[in-house]
Design a protein around this ligand. Structure first.
Ligand code: GMT
Length: 389
């Protein structure tokens, strides 16, 4: 197949999933053309069937806000024609789905098929905002196939946007083999003294991640367990987290690692992952931690319980319950056997349920279905809801 993939090139999970999918599809024999305004962090040029097309956004004094959606649609048309694409698979509905639908209309009578993958905030935070709700609903309704990364997000989309569409759940994935390779490389243990435990948080440091809770949980843990915290990633809340750490007198025990290309190089050497998010449609970073054999303490929100099994691969606590998270962390860090048990369970379950080969196979199967015209979206959301009732 000849596949165009549209995504954000930022460090966020949707861009990571799109990039990893592009690489896996190319490795499986498809020709993949990735379209975005910059090269995503996990992009690799290795691979003969992998191409990147930059969406250039022309500035003009009239534009306070240059129309990226139109530049993206134009690039989608150009690449679809030149590369004879079979389909466009866009990640994150806003504005990518609407740009793809516009491209499909322009390409008629030789249109491409459009598949949209919903990632979370494109529905829960931004997509249902009155400024975007109608166009988000349109982009989803008009797509030839729609997927959501969790069952929770599928339901949330049908409920919040009341969109007349069948949505298929295709979860995010990891490549279990990658993590074994990372174990052999030199890790962040060099930042800790012998006997100290390493806690870690990886994110784009946006308000929804509740980074100050990470710092507060670590503050309590570090009183009881010799430990250090690694904050991996960058974003708007990082400076506030640094300030809080200084106020609490623990800044010297926290390593601000910044953005890293291979997050597994850090994760495989850590003892516990913290994810106290306000909302999370899936929690890709938590899945990556499981794949590295690291138990996760997370908020019991959104799609997180579909990734973390409470008591088996980690612990789930109410959002904002810093005490419960800290207590769980101390309990686990003091019980090496339990820590190892959860870590081993996590690795096994990540490989069983979210292995790259299986999930990428499901996307390819969806592509074929859509190209054959008998795509999943033939039933509408109303009839699906009626069936469920
Ligand atoms: O976090 C965001 O603002 C958007 C998005 C992203 O690009 O990182 O994150 C979402 O997609 C990830 C990949 O599917 C999921 O693992 C994250 O849970 C989800 N973020 C939220 O729902 C807050």
């Amino acid at each position: 197949m000849r596949i165009g993939i549209g995504c954000y090139p930022t460090v966020g999970g949707s861009g990571v999933v799109a990039t990893e999918l592009a690489r896996a599809l190319a490795a499986a024999g498809d020709e993949v053309h990735l379209l975005s305004y910059a090269v995503p962090p996990r992009w690799s040029w290795a691979g003969p069937r992998l191409f990147f097309h930059e969406v250039a956004v022309r500035q003009y004094p009239l534009f306070e806000y240059p129309p990226y959606s139109l530049a993206l649609a134009t690039k989608m048309v150009e690449v679809s024609r030149q590369q004879k694409l079979d389909l466009l698979h866009v990640h994150y509905a806003i504005p990518n789905a609407v740009s793809a639908i516009l491209a499909r209309q322009i390409l008629a009578p030789q249109p491409v098929k459009v598949i949209t993958t919903l990632h979370g905030t494109d529905i829960t935070l931004i997509g249902n905002d009155p400024s975007y709700a109608e166009t988000t609903r349109f982009g989803i309704a008009e797509s030839d196939g729609v997927t959501a990364v969790s069952e929770w997000l599928r339901k949330a989309t049908l409920e919040t946007l009341d969109v007349p569409k069948s949505i298929e759940v295709v979860p995010n994935f990891i490549d279990p083999e990658r993590y074994d390779q990372a174990r052999a490389r030199r890790g962040p243990r060099r930042w800790a003294e012998a006997g100290e435990k390493l806690l870690v948080h990886v994110s784009n440091m946006r308000p929804v991640k509740r980074i100050s809770d990470v710092v507060r949980v670590f503050h309590r843990v570090s009183r009881d367990v010799p430990s250090r915290l690694l904050l991996v990633g960058d974003g708007p809340e990082l400076a506030r987290a640094e300030q809080l750490a200084r106020e609490l007198g623990i800044a010297d025990r926290i390593r601000f690692v910044g953005t890293v290309a291979l997050v597994e190089d850090i994760l495989v050497h850590c003892d516990l992952f913290l994810l106290p998010s306000e909302s999370e449609s899936f929690g890709l970073a938590a899945l990556e931690a499981l794949a590295c054999g690291v138990p996760v303490i997370a908020s019991d929100v959104g799609g997180v319980p579909e990734v973390i099994d409470h008591g088996e691969t980690g612990r789930l606590c109410p959002v904002g319950d810093v005490d419960a998270m800290a207590e769980s962390a101390v309990e686990l860090l003091r019980n090496e056997d339990e820590l190892v048990r959860l870590g081993e369970n996590g690795r096994a379950r990540a490989a069983q349920r979210f292995s790259m080969n299986d999930i990428v196979g499901r996307y390819r199967e969806l592509y074929r279905r859509v190209l054959d015209g008998g795509q999943d979206a033939s039933r509408d959301g109303q009839s699906e809801r009626a069936e469920q009732a």
